[in-house]
Design a binder for this molecule. Structure first.
Ligand SMILES: Nc1ncnc2c1ncn2[C@@H]1O[C@H](COP(=O)(O)OP(=O)(O)O)[C@@H](O)[C@H]1O
Ligand SMILES: [Mg+2]
Length: 256
């Protein structure tokens, strides 16, 4: 099936997931349009990471359907979903810590653009390096190009994670708490990098910093106890009583 421009890139329909008797997701519905930036919020244990696992194929839903770019991917394997353009970041970094920032980025670019034959051509290697330098320049990280990733600060390493994920030119990027453990300034910088380099990519962002979520996202989805209790514009979610009761109020208490 071929998607038309008006179809959502991702459609999650009535998805449920249970672990034994524990219902972690109940009839979850969510659609994401091409290029849309969606925030996913909810208390710890609400099922946000489980939803990402179901979308990326690490878990099979107990029921329901997931479509991507017009095709049914409910039972597709994780690598097939990556090939279709769904990329996620993990809490644990997926980059090579002993390689330089430039090498990590250039590897991702070469793997995408030249497949398995990339190492044969010095020209292609130079081209990938130039592209990687260009990306680093755009986010003000040229001076880190030749440093090993392991020598960077934690916040800078999280930026490299995101840059490497985006170098794979995903159609959809799932970010699970990318700002966890970062200072406010580092978190804001990371989000700026995502906005500057992720143009055109559909994004779902899980984050606990509501200022970030409300300021960058086109729509915000609220999960509570495995149920999607609201999905609307940031302004509407701020005013949504159910969302406030489930999360916004609690979050204020936590951060107070
Ligand atoms: N593999 C699993 N087996 C059993 N329970 C799980 C498993 N993964 C997650 N859970 C449970 O599912 C619920 C939702 O977890 P999770 O999706 O990690 O929430 P969130 O990311 O919103 O904090 C929690 O109660 C968690 O303990
Ligand atoms: Mg989680």
């Amino acid at each position: 099936m071929i998607a038309t421009p008006n179809d959502p890139i991702l459609a999650i329909e009535n998805v449920g997931k249970a672990f034994g008797a524990l219902k972690v997701l109940t009839d979850v519905n969510l659609t994401v349009n091409a290029g849309e930036f969606v925030g996913l919020i909810g208390p710890n244990g609400a099922g946000k990471t489980t939803l990402f696992n179901v979308v990326t194929g690490f878990l099979t839903p107990s029921h329901g359907k997931i479509s991507f770019a017009g095709g049914d991917i409910t039972h597709a394997k994780p690598h097939q979903r990556v090939r279709a353009g769904i990329v996620r970041t993990f809490q644990k970094s997926m980059v090579f810590p002993d390689l330089t920032v430039l090498e990590n980025l250039a590897l991702a670019i070469r793997a995408l653009e030249h497949g398995y034959g990339w190492w044969r051509s010095a020209k292609q290697i130079a081209l990938a390096d130039a592209q990687a330098l260009d990306v680093l320049g755009r986010v003000g990280m040229q001076s880190h190009a030749y440093k090993a990733v392991s020598s960077l600060s934690y916040g800078e390493q999280r930026i490299v994670d995101v840059l490497v994920s985006l170098a794979m030119k995903p159609r959809m990027l799932l970010l699970d708490e990318p700002t966890a453990g970062l200072s406010k300034a580092e978190g804001d910088h990371l989000i700026e990098v995502i906005r500057a380099t992720g143009t055109g990519t559909s994004i779902i962002l899980v984050a606990h910093d509501l200022d970030i979520v409300f300021s960058v996202c086109d729509r915000v989805a609220v999960l509570d106890l495995g149920k999607m209790i609201a999905c609307d514009t940031p302004a509407a979610i701020r005013a949504h009583e159910g969302a406030q009761a489930a999360y916004l109020g609690k979050n204020k208490e936590v951060s107070a």
